[in-house]
Design a protein around this ligand. Structure first.
Ligand code: NAP
Length: 470
């Protein structure tokens, strides 16, 4: 791992396992509180260096890093598949998105600006001249989840560096290799030695020390709701961005093109074995097309080939750990015991859970009200747009939602009334362009990612006022 300007090792190691067959892919150091202290002490110096680095230099470093990631796309794609288990095609797509994210972040390094403040509009304000200055926070701690081990790290590190901060990365323990490689590339691209640290170690062991430290001025976290809540408690008075979980709904109105909807649900419910925060989980379907929709969806889901994610034909690989596949099976069985029915799937082999459709799911079932984060969708019927919107909002989460309809009135009601940060009309909730403002409402978190918006979260605004004689 990279701490205090040096690559270091520890005696205690953590094995990184291939989720498909459990083989050891690599081993990484296991950081402890002493390593956290070393990283933060160095990051204090790193933050001073970064704040002095001109925007154009920060742009050049991020642009060079984007080019290096692009040049090593295949290497990165293979690492992602080996540590995370998504199909090679999905890993390649993640790498191409990471190149975008770094490129966009680099551009933002040139655009940090404040604005003039019209003091003369205030009583007694004449003779004053003022403006705002946007300045870096200082030390940013970036804590990332396992499911997008490269691009989600770029969404934190890119804007943090663009804004002139030093950044301490804490990647997910299951998937630390992409973040380590990215650190290597940023240094190769010219990043000052103390501008970054990458600590591999268990969140449960080093998380509190990292998050509660007063030298840290900003925490950017992507992960589960419960860990997010703990981090908020530990953080005390500092800036925090929370990108948390979801059980994203899609609404199918009676006028929707069911073939198109079925293709979209098959595409957005099972990517990365359903381990995407905005995966389609709850499929709210009009009573009028309920049976026809299930008939259209079933063959499309059955066509999703499962297997070794390194094989070209594989669409759906393993879940990150076998115990997650077991959990998905338990939730499906629990729903069935309460009256739901499995339309297709429902079987498990090791960490692979077959792409599954469960129909007749009720709002009190875990498949509906909790975050599944697995390759199954829960289908629920409704009578009217009012009921569909109420069901969509019947959750503590609010990250993303979709609707399929040709009716403008229904689409606008959905956009206005559904409580979610990202709203897709005529597509499932799982869609993201890296430049867009992205983030959740309710307990899906707060603060936005997308480099332009994240840079605002990674900076502070100062107000300057000249009290002039005339
Ligand atoms: P997780 O278990 O919450 O872990 C996320 C990160 O937090 C990991 O790096 C983890 O380290 C660390 N962590 C654990 N305990 C900590 C503590 N006490 N203090 C500080 N950090 C701690 O989540 P995950 O299983 O990796 O990812 C899945 C979750 O992420 C889902 O809920 C998903 O919806 C959410 N997610 C949200 C978005 C979004 O944009 N909103 C995107 C992707 C994923 P260890 O690995 O060492 O435990």
């Amino acid at each position: 791992m990279y701490v205090a300007g040096q690559w270091i090792d520890t005696e205690k190691k953590i094995d990184v396992l291939n989720p498909y067959d459990g083989a050891v892919v690599d081993a990484v150091p296991c950081a402890d509180s002493g390593d956290v202290e070393k990283a933060l002490e160095s990051a204090v110096r790193g933050a001073r260096t970064m704040a002095k680095l001109p925007g154009y230099d920060r742009y050049r470093i991020l642009k060079a890093a984007a080019e290096l990631v692009e040049a090593r796309s295949e290497e990165f794609a293979e690492i992602i598949t080996l540590e995370e288990g998504k199909s090679l095609a999905e890993s390649r797509f993640e790498v191409s998105r990471a190149v975008q994210t770094l490129t966009l972040s680099g551009e933002e390094a040139k655009r940090l600006h404040g604005e003039t403040v019209p003091f003369d509009g205030a009583p007694g304000g004449s003779g004053k001249f003022g403006f705002t200055l946007r300045v870096p926070c200082g030390i940013v701690v970036a804590i990332s989840p396992f499911n997008f081990p490269l691009n989600l790290v770029c969404h934190k590190v890119g804007p943090a560096l663009a804004a002139g901060n030093a950044v301490v990365i804490k990647p997910a323990t299951d998937t630390p290799l992409s973040a380590l490689k990215l650190t290597e590339i940023l240094l190769e691209a010219g990043l000052p030695a103390e501008g970054i640290a990458c600590l591999t170690g268990r969140g449960a062991e080093i998380g509190d020390a990292l998050c509660s430290d007063r030298r840290v001025r900003k925490i950017t976290f992507t992960g589960s709701r419960d860990i997010g809540e703990r981090i908020c408690r530990m953080a005390g008075i500092k800036k925090v961005t929370m990108e948390l979980g979801s059980n994203a709904p899609v609404i199918i109105m009676p006028d929707a093109d069911l073939e198109k909807v079925a293709a979209a649900v098959a595409a957005t419910g099972y990517t990365n074995a359903g381990q995407v925060c905005i995966s389609t989980q709850r499929v709210l379907t009009s009573e009028k097309v309920y049976g026809d929709f299930l008939d259209a969806l079933k063959p499309k889901v059955e066509a999703l080939v499962t297997g070794n994610p390194l094989d070209v034909g594989t669409k759906v690989g393993p879940m990150i750990r076998e115990r997650d596949a077991i959990r998905v099976g338990e939730w499906v069985q629990e729903a069935v015991a309460s009256g739901a029915r499995v339309v297709t799937g429902g079987a498990r082999q090791g960490a692979i859970y077959a792409p599954t459709v469960v129909a007749d799911v009720k709002p009190d079932m875990r498949l509906f009200c909790d975050e599944l984060f697995g390759p199954a969708v829960a289908v629920t019927r409704f009578d009217s747009i009012d009921e569909a919107i109420a069901l969509a909002n019947d959750t503590i989460y609010g990250l993303a939602a979709g609707i399929f309809t040709e009716n403008l009135e229904w689409a606008m009601r959905f956009a206005r009334e559904v409580e979610a940060g990202n709203l897709m009309i005529n597509w499932g909730p799982q869609w993201r362009a890296d430049l867009m403002p992205y983030g959740g409402l309710k307990e899906s978190g707060f603060g936005k990612e997308g480099p332009r918006y994240a840079v605002e979260e990674m900076t502070e605004l100062k107000l300057v006022c000249f009290h002039l004689k005339s």
